[in-house]
Design a protein around this ligand. Structure first.
Ligand code: NAP
Length: 256
């Protein structure tokens, strides 16, 4: 009896936006573990992105660090060219970069801040997929994963900008799945609940504790919990899966 292929993404090239820390860094490690050559995107944190790539290389993997603000179409054109030249055609795009967002109620929010979050999330996905479309087709079984949020499905005080932008991103993913399926590109959305990252570590302890108790699995997610789901969605075994929205929240929104 033969075991499962330990490197099902062997020969594939994956670009992960916001790969320098948090869910993105865990996704880079996971896709590399599955055999992909990884392009680790960051905007400012070159050192952190390089450290992630060093880990990948130490484990026998390959890749590159690639700087670029994912909200800029020119940056996408450049990144697409650089990754193509150095690693080959991108077959897997993980749109993960965390666009900062204003917290506050609708009454307190100004349009400019709301709009910046909405435009940032959507422009990153729009320009990224457009810039890489020829490569995703060329690579075969092109896979796009957009990292959305459980807050796209529910309502939490102070998250009107983030939740609305992520809901738009999730639905954009469905449109992409419908339009790009015929050219062999699969598009998935992954929607995490709160994940323990540097960013969420500063949230008040009692808030984190309430979220932990609300989860059926009675713990908060680690970045690796999300990364493994992303790895599963882009494996060749998932070849008939597209247009999905996978909630990774430990059973917090059961029935909701
Ligand atoms: N953490 C959670 O609880 C949680 C829950 C649900 C969904 N999510 C979603 O999961 C994704 C990752 O979140 P995270 O918490 O892991 O993020 P994080 O730890 O804050 O890391 C953010 C990453 O995004 C990069 N980034 C930010 N703006 C960028 C830009 N304009 N262009 C390119 N890269 C940019 C950062 O790089 P630089 O440092 O170089 O800027 C960094 O690598 C996000 O889409 C987030 O909305 C997170």
């Amino acid at each position: 009896m033969t075991g499962a292929d330990p490197r099902p993404l062997g020969g594939r090239v994956a670009l992960v936006t916001g790969g320098s820390r948090g869910i993105g860094a865990a996704t880079v490690r996971e896709l590399a573990r599955l055999g992909a050559r990884v392009a680790v995107n960051h905007r400012n944190s070159r050192e952190a992105a390089t450290a992630v790539l060093d880990e990948v290389r130490a484990a026998g993997g390959e890749g590159m660090v690639i700087q670029g603000d994912v909200r800029e179409s020119a940056a996408w054109e450049l990144m697409a060219r650089q990754v193509r030249e150095q690693l080959g055609p991108v077959g897997i795009l993980v749109g993960n970069a965390a666009m900062s967002f204003p917290r506050g109620s609708f009454r307190e929010m100004v349009w400019e801040d709301f709009h910046a979050k909405l435009a940032g999330e959507l422009k990153a996905a729009f320009c990224g997929v457009q810039a890489l479309l020829p490569q995703l087709v060329e690579a075969g079984d092109g896979c796009v994963v957009l990292v959305s949020s459980a807050l796209a499905r529910t309502v939490q005080s102070g998250f009107v900008a983030h939740g609305t932008a992520k809901a738009a991103l999730t639905h954009f993913g469905r449109y992409l799945a419908g339009e790009l399926g015929p050219v062999g590109i699969r598009v998935q959305v992954v929607s995490p609940g709160m994940v323990q990252t540097e960013r969420t570590a500063t949230l008040p302890q009692d808030f984190r504790e309430r979220l932990r108790e609300a989860a059926a699995l009675r713990r908060l997610a680690l970045p690796e919990d999300v990364a493994r789901v992303i790895g599963g969605l882009v494996r060749p075994e998932a070849a008939f899966l597209t247009g999905t929205d996978t909630l990774v929240d430990g059973g917090t929104l059961l029935g909701g």
